[in-house]
Design a protein around this ligand. Structure first.
Ligand code: AMP
Length: 447
């Protein structure tokens, strides 16, 4: 039984070292593929004015209506301000695009971000209150080739993570805002007199956000929808052509997809292309990622009309898929050398040996306490160290040190000064964990 008095808040979890291996692996794949495709990294604050999410995502979407995590109201010069933790990245990144005049940059501006997002939903499997996303945005131009290329980069990331075979990419075109207005009017007409048969939640949705009925999980709603007008009947010729071109380009890139006319995505800002990655077991319930084109968004946020297309992947759901697929996240957390010592002189000498080994790229632990050499050896074993260096009072006097190969269970005595070069030889130069600061940029330290 755990003795913990305090626990993580509901719907959140600690990322323990064994899961960080997966997070790091995903981040590396994302950074690598993004850099190859010319994306640059951006981080926006974890919270923004609530209004940004209301305007961008839509007041009557689940995300804003039910799931926004408020961070209290604060006095500012203008009065009370309401802030919310970001439920997703797109609205914040578009706010940043406007704020920093990125329209002056060569277009499209390609940005990516990795970090936590928050939704105050009822926690359940695959649905948390704090979760992590990676997010890609291509802002400034509207062209089917950008949609296809973005999807292609996402495919590459899922391939790198070795879960691509477990997913299908669902693709749809939801037309323009006008197309959807006409469709919504037709849908409302269709439901006149049928409202009573809708479950409560969907009856409300019919008023506030009728498109949400399309991906309703309620059986009664689904039955009623069978004879309802469908969105594709209202998509204009231009959008249809756009969609055909996206598909043609996807074909050119060898990217497979499933056409899904029910895919609408819950957010107000989307138009034209929408897509989601569904896993083969749970389908749309626990999509690992989704995105689409959001040409109206920047104007909705007060900027000049500027088109964009983006994607967000959910790290926790991706990690779940990786684990299901038996993908091991490679990591560098192993301990190469444990330094065991006995006596004050030995302890002092060990400190610089440990420091020297670490600087050379050897993962080194040691000189922890005053325990006997025997129990330190046991500790070395528990840490999984490959080698142990032993320095007792006798060795200090003789100017020697004992080097033990833990797996082979063999040890030998050598001159104290020879120990470090000997260890380096055994580990092999290619396995040393060193990094080079190139032009002031240290990639391995990037979070
Ligand atoms: P969305 O834009 O809502 O489709 O979110 C994009 C991706 O983020 C989803 O496909 C999920 O992988 C992930 N995601 C969204 N909400 C949650 C949540 N509450 N818990 C865990 N992952 C989530």
């Amino acid at each position: 039984m755990s003795e913990a008095k305090f626990r993580t808040p509901k719907g959140t979890s600690d990322i323990l070292p064994e899961d960080h291996q997966y997070h790091t692996y995903i981040k590396k794949a994302v950074r690598h593929r993004c850099r190859q495709a010319g994306f640059k990294r951006i981080d926006t604050p974890l919270f923004e004015k609530k209004e940004i999410f209301e305007r961008g995502i839509g007041e009557h979407t689940d995300i804003v209506e039910k799931e926004l995590f408020m961070v209290g109201s604060h006095h500012s010069e203008e009065g009370m301000e309401a802030f919310a933790l970001r439920p997703e990245f797109t609205a914040s990144i578009c706010r940043s695009y406007i704020e920093h005049g990125m329209k002056q940059l060569p277009q499209p501006v390609e940005l990516y971000s990795i970090g936590p997002a928050f939704r105050h939903d009822r926690p359940q499997k695959g649905r948390y209150r704090q979760f992590h996303q990676f997010d890609l945005e291509v802002i400034g131009l509207s062209d089917p080739s950008l949609d296809a290329q973005l999807i292609h980069v996402c495919n590459k990331i899922f391939k790198d993570l070795r879960i691509f075979d477990r997913l299908t990419m669902q693709l749809n075109n939801i037309g323009t805002a006008e197309n959807r207005e006409e469709y919504i009017a037709a849908l409302k007409d269709y439901f006149i007199g049928k409202e009573r048969n809708l479950p409560d939640l969907d009856r409300t949705r019919l008023e506030t956000n009728p498109l949400r009925l399309l991906d309703s999980k309620e059986e009664d709603t689904q039955i009623l929808l069978k004879n309802a007008p469908t969105l594709d009947q209202f998509i204009g010729d231009e959008s249809k052509e756009y969609h055909e071109t996206v598909k043609e380009y996807l074909g050119e890139l060898g990217a497979e997809y499933v056409e899904n006319s029910h895919l609408v995505r819950g957010l107000d800002y989307y138009n034209q292309t929408v897509f989601e990655y569904w896993d083969n077991d749970t389908g749309g319930k626990n999509a690992v990622g989704g995105g689409g084109r959001y040409d109206p968004l920047i104007e909705m946020l007060g900027g000049q009309a500027t088109p964009g297309v983006g994607f967000a992947g959910g790290m926790e759901r991706i990690i779940y898929q990786m684990k299901q697929a038996g993908v091991q996240a490679p990591h560098k957390d192993q301990i190469d050398v444990f330094v065991a010592q006995l006596g004050p002189e030995a302890k002092k000498k060990c400190l610089s040996t440990i420091s020297e080994l670490r600087d050379l790229g050897v993962h080194t632990l040691g000189a922890l306490g005053e325990a006997s050499l025997k129990s330190q050896m046991r500790l070395a074993d528990k840490f999984g160290a490959k080698y142990t260096l032993l320095l007792g009072q006798m060795e200090v006097k003789a100017g020697t040190i004992i080097l033990r190969d833990m797996a082979a269970g063999k040890q030998k005595e050598s001159k104290f000064e020879k120990a470090v070069p000997e260890i380096i030889k055994l580990i092999g130069k290619e396995n040393l964990d060193t990094y080079v600061l190139r032009d002031g940029f240290n990639e391995q330290d990037e979070d």
